[in-house]
Design a protein around this ligand. Structure first.
Ligand code: GRF
Length: 198
């Protein structure tokens, strides 16, 4: 089988989706390997998952940079130095500059805990419960200039149950996220979905 594609993962926190990607990559037949994990937050839980798997990590604190562009340039340099071919955002809580998004277009994907285009942004499960929807879920999509708006790669649905709190719904959705992200990444690598530059 051909060489695994080199993946960089961007995180800001817990890193349970990172963990699911690392576990998927451990399968010899999975077409990717995580070669770098970048966090903008020092001490993010996900950094431990990476370290446990022997994956290099880098903390790039956004506050150390004067502008969004300078922060993104540091991320871009770290990704390029590591030979990253495809970027997965997994709970990364920063918005990218237009130039970064343009450069990585079609090679950067994100997971969001709702069935986009419904419930963009933060407090997603609160939004879903407040809206009274009976189904929610998660979406893996290409990153585009507008937040949570790039072309959809894959989605998975879960029921919203009577009595759900944002926490119980988040737990149900997260379980699906962990299955969906590796599947969506594989589809991108296999060329089954593409987001071409204009
Ligand atoms: C996930 O729900 C993801 O969809 C959202 O942020 C959360 C990150 O969780 N973008 P984790 O850090 O992967 O555990």
């Amino acid at each position: 089988m051909s060489a695994k594609r080199k993946i960089g993962v961007l995180i800001s926190g817990r890193g349970s989706n990172l963990k699911s990607l690392i576990e998927a990559c451990a399968d010899a037949n999975f077409p990717a390997e995580v070669v770098l994990v970048i966090s903008n937050v020092a001490g993010a839980g996900g950094l431990t998952h990476a370290a446990n798997a022997g994956i290099p990590t880098k903390v790039i604190p956004h506050k150390a940079y004067a502008s969004r562009e300078a922060f993104d340039a540091a991320i871009d340099a770290a990704l390029s130095d590591a030979g990253v071919e495809l970027v997965c955002e997994a709970g990364f809580m920063r918005i990218h500059s237009a130039s970064f998004v343009r450069k990585w277009q079609g090679r950067i994907i994100n997971i969001h805990p709702s069935l986009l285009p419904a419930f963009k942004g933060t407090h997603v499960h609160e939004q879903a419960i407040a809206a009274g929807v009976k189904t929610s879920g998660c979406t893996v999509h290409f990153v585009a200039a507008e937040v949570d708006s790039g072309p959809i790669i894959a989605q998975s649905a879960v029921p919203v149950l009577v009595g759900d709190t944002p926490e119980t719904l988040a737990t149900r959705v997260l379980e699906e996220e962990h299955k969906l992200y590796p599947l969506a990444l594989k589809r991108v690598i296999e060329g089954k979905v593409r987001f071409d530059s204009p």
